[in-house]
Design a protein around this ligand. Structure first.
Ligand SMILES: Cc1cc2nc3c(=O)[nH]c(=O)nc-3n(C[C@H](O)[C@H](O)[C@H](O)COP(=O)(O)O)c2cc1C
Length: 201
């Protein structure tokens, strides 16, 4: 039985365009995998705390020296990582907010990047410790950025996910969402077609 992890990060919940596309992706995937399991991690609805000094120090503290509070911080991060590791496929709904990824998604990323757990440094440089399962990123933007230097998200996402070993990343864009109703409809229709093509391949 295959598992799909759906990560959502729209502050608009299921009304968000990235959530809409992400839900379309899940529906198509379920048609192809009727016995498949879908796990939902909505980091906007249930935010992961910001990574502050206390939390980061808990990650660095050896298990036998952790206080109960530190242990619960590590347990929480371990759960997020276990969830990710249980997936065969991941889809991420990615809105662009103020030229970056949602801060809620960044807080989640800060809790899955753990030295010795999801990455490690060797004499050859960094090594990702997660298996290279496919990750499908569904990016919704008000304007047009793909393929330009102003696209702050694609390079960052590839670099971050690749650092953890998730090197098989695929991007589908719905751009121009804020450029009038026609622009929005065209963007969503194009992205939906791309989702169908991708999952049919
Ligand atoms: C707080 C906020 C900031 C935004 N910043 C940008 C931006 O920097 N560039 C852009 O192209 N669109 C921006 N937008 C538009 C969103 O990218 C667009 O509405 C997209 O559909 C958001 O995804 P969502 O509908 O899944 O929430 C912003 C929207 C919001 C609510």
């Amino acid at each position: 039985m295959k598992t799909l992890l759906q990560i959502k990060s729209s502050l608009n919940g299921d009304d968000g365009q990235s959530s809409y596309l992400s839900n379309q992706f899940v529906q198509r995937w379920q048609q192809q995998n009727p016995d498949g399991r879908v796990l939902v991690r909505d980091v906007a609805a249930s935010p992961v705390p910001h990574l502050d000094g206390e939390r980061f120090n808990a990650f660095l503290t050896p298990a036998e020296k952790r206080t109960p509070t530190e242990q619960s911080i590590v347990d929480y991060s371990d759960e997020l990582i276990a969830e990710l590791k249980s997936a065969d496929v991941v889809t991420i709904g990615l809105p662009m907010y103020n030229f970056g990824i949602p801060s809620t998604l960044k807080a989640y990323f800060d809790h899955i990047a753990r030295s010795g757990v999801t990455f490690q440094y060797t004499s050859n440089g960094p090594e990702g410790l997660l298996p290279a399962i496919p990750v499908y990123v569904l990016a919704a933007r008000g304007g047009l950025y793909a393929g330009t230097q102003a696209d702050s998200q694609t390079g960052y996402m590839r670099a971050f996910l690749g650092f953890l070993g998730l090197t098989d990343t695929h991007f589908i864009y719905a751009e121009g969402i804020a450029m009038g109703p026609e622009g929005k409809d065209k963007a969503l229709a194009g992205a939906e077609q791309e989702i169908n093509r991708t999952l049919a391949a």
